[in-house]
Design a binder for this molecule. Structure first.
Ligand SMILES: [Zn+2]
Length: 80
């Protein structure tokens, strides 16, 4: 069975864990409150990081669109 130290490494990248090792992870999380808490916290951190990344992408897109509009406006005024 996996040890607590191994769980810390595995939980961070659980999707990469081969299917035959997942029951070991679930068993450990079932009996170890500390690792269960750690896994829960890692999940919250991961979801928060993804939300922040999407917000950043939206701001980048917004900035790019603003620049394109300003560029188009300046070309319009140059033609007159
Ligand atoms: Zn543990």
């Amino acid at each position: 069975m996996l040890r607590c130290r191994e769980i810390a490494e595995v939980v961070a990248d659980a999707k990469q864990l081969p299917w035959w090792r997942k029951p070991e992870l679930w068993m450990h999380l079932g009996i170890c409150k500390a690792c269960r808490l750690y896994a829960s916290q890692m999940s919250i951190i991961s979801k928060s990081a993804k939300k922040l990344a999407f917000r950043h992408i939206d701001k980048v897109k917004e900035k790019k669109l603003t620049e394109e509009v300003l560029k188009a406006n300046s070309k319009t005024f140059e033609q007159k």
